[in-house]
Design a protein around this ligand. Structure first.
Ligand SMILES: [Zn+2]
Length: 94
């Protein structure tokens, strides 16, 4: 399940990231809100990451999220193919 996190101002000064589900502090104390925001976003991204089967070859890989359904191999093959198609169709450089 996707975890939700939030940035909290610590009463002793500084900022930290808290998990919404149980209120647990999941980061160290950070000196600025921006550092805490970055940590918060990273944790939400990591909580969405999971092993999914590639839509193209079926190989299991570490997906970064719902938008990311092709394994690295297929993704780089696709972008190579795109470049080749553009080159042979005469559309490259348009
Ligand atoms: Zn694949």
């Amino acid at each position: 399940m996707d975890e939700r996190y939030e940035v909290v101002r610590a009463h002793i000064g500084g900022w930290f990231v808290r998990r919404r589900a149980d209120g647990a502090r999941v980061s160290k104390y950070l000196s600025t809100a921006m550092l805490a925001e970055n940590a918060c976003h990273r944790m939400e991204r990591e909580s969405r990451a999971r092993v999914r089967p590639c839509l193209r070859c079926g190989r299991k890989f570490g997906s970064e999220g719902a938008h990311n359904r092709l394994c690295d191999g297929c993704r780089s093959r696709c972008s190579t193919l795109d470049a080749q198609m553009l080159a042979t169709s005469g559309l490259a450089g348009v």
